[in-house]
Design a protein around this ligand. Sequence first.
Ligand code: UD1
Ligand code: UDP
Length: 364
Amino acid sequence: MKRKKPLVVSVVGARPQFIKLAPLARKMSRRLGHVIVHTGQHYDRMMSDVFFRQLNIPKPDYNLGVGSGSHGWMTGRIMTRLEKLLAEMCPDFVLVYGDTNSTLAGALTAAKLHLPVGHVEAGLRSYRPDMPEEINRRLADHVSQLLFCPTVQSVKNLNSEGVRKGIVRSGDLMYELIAVGKERIARNTRILKMHRLAPKEFLTMTMHRAENVDTEENLDKIAGILFSLDYPVIFPVHPRTQKNLRRCGLLAHLKNSPDIILTEPVSYLDNLSLIYHARAVLTDSGGVQKESVFLGTPCLTLRDETEWVETLARGNHLVGLSSRKILSVLKALRPPARQASYLVKGRAPSEIIVSSLTDYLRRQ
Ligand code: UD1
Ligand code: UDP
């Protein structure tokens, strides 16, 4: 039986994917049949449910409940469960987001079932082959029929790999969300009050990259950085980081410092309010680098490279894990350069993505 509307499946599983899904899910359901499959890669309330509730994302139609494990185990488990589901549903299109194991598993499973795939945030590269995300995003790009690129550089990266067909420059979904919610973000001082933080008199930090937080040597450096800062710092701790800090005996040590506020992961709105009101942001997160720049707060990226190269001219600084560099950037903080638009011809990224998808499906 022919469906009234083409059916699109979104495969998501990790915190940043729920956030990217939010503006799309709203538009998608008006024009297309849309099913949300949550892989279960992230499952803690503050890593998953909180985003669905706060961003009004429809509840996932399916949860594959994979949980945590090694890369191969997790990817394989998602693929096995998703394959069965997709084979039953026979959707017209599968959308994957970002660069996590859920992205790779979703893209590969769909491609092997000969279902067309679209990759949201295609074309980003760190050119670091040891980063799990680099493997995931490269492979997802190369099995996708539609590649939704957030930036000019991401288009160039794909072109340089010989990919020319199916590229859509969409602009940045995370910018779209912020553009809509900026006033609310600025007004929300709940989390500042809760931790007695004065606007522009504190720093905020997030850290979770495997290459930063999986070794004791690097965790020692991160702790050293936290102790060296001249301002109070709030640090919502990602579960990977928490587990590793505890294993190395650093968690209790950090908790004992009056100027270091460790919290569990915070909601989207609270995190953006922290970024907006902070003097500067310290992070290794892709999303947080962009959000700092979008909100005009200086960002110190504790990595040696970034996929978001455009941010480097707009208040983002690569500082690695060097206390010396961090302190020198913090001392010389200047207001970030004038903001560029992160939209393509002023159009909402979600609108560009849904329209391209609808056109593609009409042509099939
Ligand atoms: C994953 C992505 C990373 C993304 C990040 C967003 C991969 C390879 N990595 O990293 O690209 O930037 O999500 O946050 O896909 N854990 C919990 N509760 C949870 C989820 C995880 O306790 O709800 C703990 C588990 O001990 C787990 C560890 O965190 O082993 C790491 O989780 P995992 O999903 O493997 O990778 P992330 O570090 O979250
Ligand atoms: N984020 C959040 N609460 C937190 C930390 C981060 O809501 O405690 C949001 C952040 O504002 C951004 C997204 O999570 O929208 C980034 O996700 P993450 O850093 O986990 O992954 P990455 O972007 O590096 O893939």
